[in-house]
Design a protein around this ligand. Sequence first.
Ligand code: FES
Ligand code: FES
Length: 159
Amino acid sequence: MTDLPTVAITFTVNGVARTLEAAHHWSLLDVLRDALGLTGSKRGCDRGECGSCTVLLDGKPFNACQVLAARIDGASVLTIEGLASGGRLSGVQQAFLDEDGGQCGFCTPGFVMASYALLSSNPSPTDAEIREALSGNLCRCNAYGRILASVRAAAHRNE
Ligand code: FES
Ligand code: FES
């Protein structure tokens, strides 16, 4: 068996420093799910079309399936597992729960992360701004109305 070439990467995920050897072809999603066991970020399409793998990379939302592992060396990654603290859900998570912002829930981590990124930079978005910020996230259950209500609720709570 031929050993695949690897690259050493050091980064922080949810505030914890990590160092590992990643195969050159690995994506950030491979690192999170397969190497670190952080399976909250979902693998929907694996080609940048559904947003179910959305994480924050240095504070900005990215599709983790489209980011090469080597790119995250020195970066800070926030995943859905890092939003709750002290056993309490974040405001965005709680709003999705209270407003029934998901049905099967597969898309929910991606929507929550994209919404968290939006509200971090724009605490009082208009509906048009919410739709624009979430335009890269797909929900096969068609729960878009409840998702919009959830983001509105999260924004109102922060007012
Ligand atoms: S799994 Fe990454 S965009 Fe669909
Ligand atoms: S709630 Fe099922 S895919 Fe969105």
